[in-house]
Design a protein around this ligand. Structure first.
Ligand code: FPP
Length: 231
């Protein structure tokens, strides 16, 4: 596969990792199997994005709405998440990644919250940024930001006030949002930050996401003109 390189126009790429369940079903396996293969794909995609020069990667791992799924599936995803937290420090050092979490951590057990906080702190010197959105919802994030501003005593707010109180305050907005799994929507992902993001949808189910799909998304991005409302 011919490797491509990105420049500063494509700093931040975000992924909606959709299609794990269908991928498993096509193989006569339980949905949980799709998520565990999806977690391996996640590792592969992160590595490849780093290789082609992406500096910020965001993945949508678990939404505020995903708790409505059957208990067994939620439990399986949480087990995958815990397993990831156990090896994340080593992986992050290998790939020189600073890991940050987007979303309300308060819902997770204390030990998991501690692992998330430790990982954020221990990897903070690494040059590449990986945001993992867990218990994340775009609307929830905006409400959370506004409530924080109210607590700070603000009576009138600016766009900058909101942007600087979002979970993503530490990074630029996404340049490109890629959704796998043939669904054409954002599903409450980065609602504020996506205002001028380029969107790319593909039919590939997340476990099959590979270098060719990423290259196609990047090529599609570079074929577009970004005008940010100008001419
Ligand atoms: C969407 O596919 C996927 C999820 C809700 C879970 C994604 C989680 C992972 C890939 C594991 C990531 C792990 C880490 C450590 C970040 P779906 O279940 O909605 O698929 P479907 O549309 O085919 O049903």
């Amino acid at each position: 596969m011919a490797e491509i390189k990105v420049d500063e126009r494509l700093t931040h790429i975000a992924f909606i990792m959709d299609g794990n369940g269908r991928w498993a079903k096509e193989r006569g396996k339980p949905r949980e199997y799709g998520h565990s293969v999806g977690a391996k794909t996640f590792e592969r995609v992160i590595r490849y994005c780093g290789d082609i020069g992406i500096r910020v990667i965001t993945v949508y791992a678990f939404s505020t709405e995903n708790w409505k799924r059957p208990a067994a599936e939620v439990k399986a995803i949480m087990t995958i998440f815990r397993e990831y937290l156990n090896i994340a420090r080593k992986k992050a050092e290998e790939n020189r990644i600073h890991v940050m979490f987007l979303g309300d951590k308060g819902i997770f057990p204390k030990d998991v919250q501690e692992k998330m906080n430790n990982l954020e702190r221990e990897t903070e010197k690494n040059p590449l940024l990986l945001n993992i959105a867990v218990n994340y919802g775009g609307r929830d994030e905006i409400v959370h930001a506004v409530n924080t501003l109210i607590r700070e005593g603000k009576t009138e707010i600016t766009e900058e006030d909101i942007a600087s109180h979002l979970y993503t305050a530490h990074c630029p907005p996404p340049d490109l949002i890629v959704r796998t799994g043939a669904e054409l929507r954002l599903s409450n992902f980065l609602l504020w930050q996506s205002a001028y993001a380029e969107l790319y949808f593909c039919d590939t189910l997340w476990p099959d996401m590979g270098e060719a799909d990423i290259n196609a998304a990047v090529e599609s991005f570079y074929a577009r003109k970004r005008r940010y409302g100008g001419v």
